[in-house]
Design a protein around this ligand. Structure first.
Ligand code: PGA
Length: 257
C-alpha cells in the first residue's frame, strides 16, 4: 500500500485528481471504477475542471459504479446512478456518456440475478483499470459491511444501522427514508481492479483508516482486504490519519516514491 497524508480534503482531492488523470491518460483500457458518497465529490469537481481545460476526458471511457440502493425511486437524486450522472455525465462534465455509465440495477425484479449480471458486465468490459473508493466509518468499501466474505462477488446485502444513520444526511436526516438494502460489487470484484485509489477524510474515518492500514486483515473491517491488493493507493487527510502509528514513515515513503 502507498499512503499519502495531506493537510486537508482539498489537498487530498488535488493529489487524487493528479494521480487519476495520469493513470487514465496513459492507459489504453479506459475503464474507471467510480464511487459515490461525499468524499470523492471534490475529486469529481477537479475532473470536470480538467475536462473543461482540455487535459482530461472520459469521452471514450466506460465507468462502473461500486453499488446502488435496492428499491430506490428511479428519479430520486440520491439514487447512485443519478448522483453519478450529475457529477460526471455529459460534455459539460467529464465527457462520460450515459450509455457508458454502468450501475447495478437496484430496481430489477430479481436483484440477485442483476448482481450476477453486473459482475459479468465488468468482466466483459475487460475489468477495471482504476477503482476509486471511499471508506465507511465501519470499514466498508462499496457497501461490503462487516463479516462479508473477503472473496465475495457482486451481491445484494443489508446495510448496517451505522451506515444508514451516516447516510441519513442525504435523506432529509430521516433514517426511515434510507433504503435498507443495496447491490454492491463484492470484495473479490473490487480486488480484481488493476489499481485502487481509496480516499478518506475527516476524523469520523480515523478508526477505519487505522484498521485499513495497520489492522489485521479481517472481515470485521472489510477494507483491510486491500492489504492484499498489489496496487493500492490510500490518500487521507491529517484528521483521518490521526490514529495511525507510523505516520512519519508513510510520509517519508510517499516523498521518496
Ligand atoms: P462518504 O461515504 O464518502 O460519504 O463518507 C464513504 C462510504 O460510505 O464508502
Amino acid at each position: 500500500m502507498r499512503i499519502g497524508i495531506f493537510s486537508d480534503p482539498e489537498a487530498v482531492a488535488d493529489a487524487a485528481a493528479e494521480y487519476l488523470i495520469s493513470v487514465m491518460n496513459t492507459t489504453d483500457h479506459k475503464v474507471l471504477g467510480v464511487a459515490t458518497g461525499s468524499t470523492p465529490l471534490p475529486l469529481y469537481e477537479r475532473l470536470r475542471a480538467a475536462h473543461e481545460a482540455g487535459t482530461f476526458t472520459l469521452e471514450d471511457a466506460q465507468a462502473f459504479a461500486l453499488d446502488e440502493y435496492v428499491g430506490i425511486d428511479p428519479e430520486h437524486p440520491e439514487r447512485y446512478r443519478n448522483v453519478l450522472r450529475t457529477e460526471l455525465v455529459g460534455a459539460d462534465k467529464t465527457g462520460l456518456t450515459d450509455e457508458n455509465l454502468h450501475t447495478p440495477n437496484g430496481n430489477a425484479e430479481d436483484p440477485d440475478a442483476a448482481a450476477l449480471a453486473y459482475d459479468e458486465e465488468i468482466k466483459t468490459a475487460g475489468g477495471v483499470t482504476l477503482q476509486i473508493l471511499g471508506i465507511g466509518a465501519d470499514g466498508h468499501i462499496g457497501f461490503n459491511e462487516p463479516a462479508i466474505s473477503l472473496v465475495s462477488r457482486t451481491h445484494v446485502d443489508a446495510l448496517t444501522a451505522k451506515t444508514r444513520s451516516d447516510n441519513a444526511r442525504f435523506f432529509d436526516d430521516d433514517i426511515s427514508k434510507v433504503p435498507t438494502h443495496c447491490v454492491t460489487q463484492g470484495l473479490g470484484t473490487i480486488m480484481d481492479a488493476k489499481e485502487v485509489l481509496l480516499l478518506a477524510t475527516g476524523e469520523n474515518k480515523a478508526d477505519a483508516v487505522r484498521e485499513l492500514v495497520e489492522g489485521a486483515v479481517s472481515a470485521h473491517w472489510p477494507a483491510t482486504v486491500l492489504q492484499m491488493h498489489p496496487k493500492a493507493t490510500i490518500l487521507v487527510d491529517e484528521a483521518a490519519a490521526a490514529k495511525l502509528e507510523l505516520t512519519d514513515f508513510y510520509k517519508e515513503r510517499w516523498e521518496a516514491r
